[in-house]
Every structure is written in C-alpha cells, then in structure tokens.
Design a protein around this ligand. Structure first.
Ligand code: UGA
Length: 484
C-alpha cells in the first residue's frame, strides 16, 4: 500500500520506517526542509535505538522516501498524521499543525484518502477533522478519518511498533477498518521477524480493538494519564517509606505482585518527564474541565510530580547543607534512558534549582548532552561519568542509563571530594554502595552510612570526615558531539 506519514518526529519517523519494513511503500514528509535534507542524507534528527538501521535499509530498498507534505499527500492513499501537538499556555493541546495538514489534504488530494490521526489529540478531534476536511474539500474527494493512537515509548519505540500490547482503531466505516487491518496485517499476525531480536516475544495474536473515534482518542489520553497516576502513586508511597524507614522496593514488589495492579511503572524516582506524560496529563485535565467532568484526581497526579524535583533538591541540601560553591556531578540528563530527549526532563529541572542555590554542575549523559547544552549552556559537560565525578561533593544519579550500573568504585573514590551518592533512580543496592565507601541516599529507603568494616583495610579505617572540596580546577567545557 502507498502510505504517507506527515511529520518526521519521534512518532512519525518510527512509524514510517516500521511500516516500510513490513513491506509498504512509504513517503515520510516534514515541513522542515533542513530536516528533510538530513534524512535524505541518512542522518536522523534524534537518537532512537535501531531506528537508523531501519531507515537506512528501507531507503536502500526503495520503500522509504522523504519528501514535502504536499507531495506525500498527493501520492499516499493512506495518510498518517503524526505532527506535534505541543501544549498551549493553558495546558490544552495546540492543534494548529493538524488543522494545517487537514487543509492541505482537502486542497491537494485527487482521490479517496484514508486520513489516520496518530498524533495525540483531545477526544472529538477526529470528528472535527472530518468536518474540516468536508468544508475545505475543493476537489470533491472521498475520505475517511480514523483514530489510531500510538503507544510507542521513546528508547524502545521500534520494538513497541512490532510487538504492541494492542492496536486500537477508531473508525466509522467498514472500508476504513479493512484498510487499517491490511496496513497492520504483518504485525497483527506476528508474521514478521522483528529486527530488534532481543525484544522479540514469542509469536502471539495481537488484540485489535475496533471502536468509534471518540473512544479511541480517549484510550490514548486515559492510558498515559493512568500510567502517570501509577508513578505519582508509588512516589507518594516512597515518601511514606522514607518517613518510617520502610523499603519502597519491597513495598512495590508486594503491591505489584497482585496481577490486578501489575509490577510495571512502580519505580519511584524524581518524577515523570518527557514530551508525553506531562503534556498529555495537562491536556486531559483541560478536556475534563471542558466536558464538565471532575478530573481533580489527575490534577493531584500532576502536583505530586511537580514536587519531586523540589523534594530531590531538599535531599541534596539535607546532606550537603549549603550548596553555594559545592560541586555536584550529575549523571544523566535525558528524561529516561536510551533517548537523547531532554524535553520536560526532571534532570534539567533539578539542575536549574541547584544552579539557583549556587552549586556548580559537572554533567554527563551518553546521548543527551548536545540537546541539553541548548537549554543549559552554563554547566560543565564531561566526557564520562567518571570525569563528571572529579572533585564532586556528591554524585547525583538522575537518569538510569545502563552504563551507570556497573562502576569502577576505586576510580570513583579517588576522584570525588566527598563520597556521597544521591540516587534519584534507585539504581544501586545500599550494600554495594556503602561497602565501597560511599554514603548512599536514594528514594523511598533510609539513607545508608558507609560500612567501614567492608572497606579494604577493614575496621582500621577512620570515618571520612565531611570536608570542604578544593576549588574545582579551571572548569573546562568539553566539546559535545552528537553520538552516531
Ligand atoms: C509514554 C508511554 O509509555 C507510551 O506508551 C506512549 O506512547 C508515549 O508516552 C507517548 O504518548 O507518545 P515515553 O514518554 O516515551 O512513553 O516514556 P515512558 O517509558 O512511559 O516514561 C515516561 C516517564 O516516566 C519517564 O520520565 C520515566 O523515567 C518515568 N517513569 C516511568 C517513572 O518515573 N517510573 C516508572 O516506573 C516508569
């Protein structure tokens, strides 16, 4: 099938490359000529595991091409709208990009078009889209509008496309439903060998949920809001654990072992970020207000999340007292691992608060430094997490990258000014950290002091006194390069 995808962002580009990989002819369009030029040269505008491989091999096979929205709309019989819906100041989604694509479709298309809304939109947008297409339909084309929400997580989007928990189709016509089933046939039948082998679950039938467009749109906002609610809930429980000296890991295990609740999304931390949960939650709250529904539950979810950065900074201050002049190593800037995305990243929010307190920041992230630098040029970017730790009064773990899990403790101990690890993602066991001479503070557990009997030299060793760090050597900003 000749498919067009409008918007080459995280969702659009992943969707386009994956649709091409399952055998469709795909035109991926973007209104940004610079982005198109990059893509045509085989360079991706962001980091997403496995996506570069998929883009390259489908471009080489002639199944994936990049072009302007006008050309894509003229040629595609099925058009996926994957443009951004950023938040307006009042929290509502800005639908101007969707509206603009609708007008281009109405004025450019020369035959039947299946218009598939994949961008995250408020309920009733598909109906609005249908009306708008009808109004501007200068060529008298026949069309259907379908809502097909995406559930792709950044960092594992390619695997999520090929192995979804479900596919949701909101459609009002049998023709549209039949076309959608045809588009997703290889995925629905699990009849396709996914290029992300390590994530390939055994073949099974993927649930296909066919419904009206309003219901499909609600599935998306309700799913993201529910997941956000789970995170804020576990963060509240983590606070209770800290207050009484309980262990959040055990509590989460106890809660999550109930299959009705489930174990996922019960990791406490510094709050959820990214370009989906914070904005979708806000947008859903606004939708509730407009519909006259009481969504105060979701407002609380948001408030709890906003407090997380403040609480984390309070933890740092509890340990270091005054932050002015202190050097803090920040490990991780992206809003989650395996992405270079720093939009609404809790790490950036925390760094801004630490800077306001007068702290000096030495940061490292395996992929997100280039993007972070655009937002926070005033901090020092380092080439490794070890380099970031040099002369640090504390190490702050803000994103759970895999490479932070296994540490050369000796090297670290020699680098820091003071052996204190404050972990916003609960990456380590207190035993491991304290046995290596570091004081450990994490989320939802009691802080752990150094266990000197485990250190080399055992009980002879004196407790390390809190000392004032020597001034950081002429802080150097390393050139940051985009990782391939
Ligand atoms: C989320 C959803 O998971 C996807 O299903 C959805 O398609 C996507 O939004 C979207 O709407 O486009 P994403 O934002 O990429 O995906 O990342 P998640 O893995 O959901 O994580 C979101 C945030 O929650 C991150 O900051 C993460 O650190 C945080 N989180 C997640 C926790 O703090 N604790 C957890 O237990 C899980």
């Amino acid at each position: 099938m000749q498919i067009s995808v409008i918007g080459a962002g995280y969702v659009g580009l992943t969707t386009a490359a994956c649709l091409a990989d399952i055998g469709h002819q795909v035109l991926c369009a973007d209104s940004d000529p610079e982005k198109l030029e990059k893509l045509n040269a085989g360079r991706l505008p962001f980091f997403e595991p496995h996506l570069d491989l998929l883009v390259k091999r489908n471009m080489a096979a002639g199944r994936l091409q990049f072009t302007s929205p006008e050309v894509a709309i003229e040629q595609g019989s099925a058009i996926f709208i994957c443009v951004g819906t950023p938040p307006l100041e009042n929290g509502e989604a800005d639908l101007s990009a969707i509206e603009s694509v609708a007008r281009t479709i109405a004025s450019t298309a020369n035959g039947y078009r299946l218009v598939i809304e994949k961008s995250t939109v408020p309920v009733q947008t598909a109906k609005r889209l249908w009306k708008h297409l009808s109004i501007y339909n200068s060529n008298g084309i026949d069309f259907d509008v379908v809502s097909n929400p995406e559930f792709l997580r950044e960092g594992s989007a390619v695997g999520d496309f090929f192995h979804p928990d479900r596919i949701v189709i909101g459609a009002e016509s049998p023709r549209a439903i039949a076309m959608m089933k045809e588009i997703y046939r290889p995925v629905l039948q699990s009849a396709y060998t996914c290029p992300v082998h390590s994530q390939c679950p055994p073949a099974h039938e993927i649930p296909l949920i066919v419904t009206d467009t309003n219901s499909a749109e609600l599935v998306k906002h309700a799913s993201n809001s529910f997941l956000a609610m789970k995170i804020s809930f576990i963060n509240l429980v983590a606070d209770a654990c800290e207050a009484v000296g309980a262990d959040i890991a055990k509590v989460a295990e106890g809660i999550g072992s109930d299959r009705r609740i489930g174990k996922s999304f019960l990791n406490p931390g510094i709050g959820f970020g990214g370009f989906c949960f914070p904005k979708d939650l806000q947008a859903f709250v606004r939708i509730g207000e407009k519909l006259g529904c009481d969504f105060s539950l979701l407002k609380e979810v948001e408030k709890i999340n906003l407090r997380r950065a403040e609480q984390f900074v309070a933890k740092v201050k509890r340990e270091l007292w005054v932050l002015r002049g202190k050097t803090l190593a920040v490990w991780g800037l992206a809003f989650k691992p395996d992405t270079d995305d720093v939009r609404f990243a809790p790490a950036l929010n925390i760094i801004r608060r630490l800077l306001a307190e007068g702290a000096r920041i030495r940061a490292y992230d395996p992929h997100a430094m280039q993007k972070a630098k655009d937002e926070l040029p005033e901090i020092t970017y380092c080439l490794s997490h070890y380099e970031a730790a040099q002369h640090a009064d504390a190490i702050l773990v803000l994103t759970e990258w895999d490479e932070f899990r296994r540490l050369k403790w000796d090297l670290l101990a020699k680098s820091v000014a003071h052996p204190l690890l404050i972990d916003g993602r609960n990456l380590y066991s207190a035993d491991e950290v304290t046995a290596n001479g570091f004081q450990y503070v994490c989320i939802g557990k009691e802080p752990s002091e150094v266990r000197y009997e485990h250190l080399q030299g055992g009980g002879d060793r004196e407790p390390v006194p809190l000392r004032i760090a020597p001034p950081t050597p002429a802080s150097h900003t390393v050139p940051v390069q985009l990782t391939p």
